[in-house]
Design a binder for this molecule. Sequence first.
Ligand code: NDP
Length: 310
Amino acid sequence: MAILLSTKANAMQAWRDALLALDPSLEIRLFPEAGDPADIEAAVVWTSHDMAELRRYPNLRLIVSMGAGVDHLLRPPGPPPGIPVARLVDQRLTTGMTEWVLLNVLRFHRQDPDYRAQQAARIWEELPAPETSARRIGILGLGELGSASARALLALGFPVMGWSRRPKAIPGVESFDGPAGLAAMLPRTDILVCLLPLTPDTRGIIDARGLGLLPRGAFLVNGARGGHVVQPDLLAALDAGQVAGAALDVFEPEPLPAEHPFWGHPKVVMTPHAASITIPASAAPQVVENLRRAREGRPLLNLVDFAAGY
Ligand code: NDP
């Protein structure tokens, strides 16, 4: 039996090496060279893989996403019926996102856009020093990534609130849930951090209404998915001064077209969906473990809940 790997050409070899280092007996096929479709028992795939294609493999028993998000795998046609999908929960991935969130929260907290503008104009002037205790952070999504960012921000002294589907008990973090919880959290949020999965319920959640509930001059940090933000609404809120700045890693579509106004917007800082990148050597152990579990009929790790959409 074999594992089918499907990812960007430059990552294929690293994934193969990482899996073989853990278990040299694995038979690995690099898409599109799958060989006999009946050999494939697991598919380890990146966002671009066509889910309809996976219906070719009659003995497939496990699909693994090479990232934490699975929105791309669940959109129609979705995975072949009855085949479980696991996602990555990986310390390196979590650390990468925590770094990116801290970088951008601190960028806005420490008035970096203002200092950059002063530097461009050769202005030597100290701005009032903000205190973390006075800058309230609201995090959308308190899962693996959101809770790690919450803890890191708490350690710096920021008051941290978080919003999730079900109530959470994370020491020091004020927890909100459901639509009423969101409406209660936003007016108290100076920096809004989005670390939600993209689902039918969360698509477009950062729209004119939500942005309008933030205090005037709040900031947005989105490391989740472009589809969470209604991009024209964000542009309008930036231009009106309702939102003072946005750090965006994710967009719709990706890559963001060269003519999109975000590229040259003075209040937007962008990264190209690079907030946290999967490192095969770090992620491979859970893939091998899940394959063993699937073969032995044991419960799988990090299973996606199809009904919840993440
Ligand atoms: P988790 O599944 O661990 O956490 C998701 C969180 O979102 C949970 O707290 C969940 O609530 C909450 N949530 C889901 N649906 C809703 C809803 N309808 N209303 C309120 N809260 C909701 O995911 P991760 O933290 O591992 O990852 C989050 C996302 O980050 C990924 O789905 C992916 O899109 C993105 N990502 C982006 C990367 C990048 O480089 N830009 C890299 C990696 C991930 P509950 O706790 O109640 O289940």
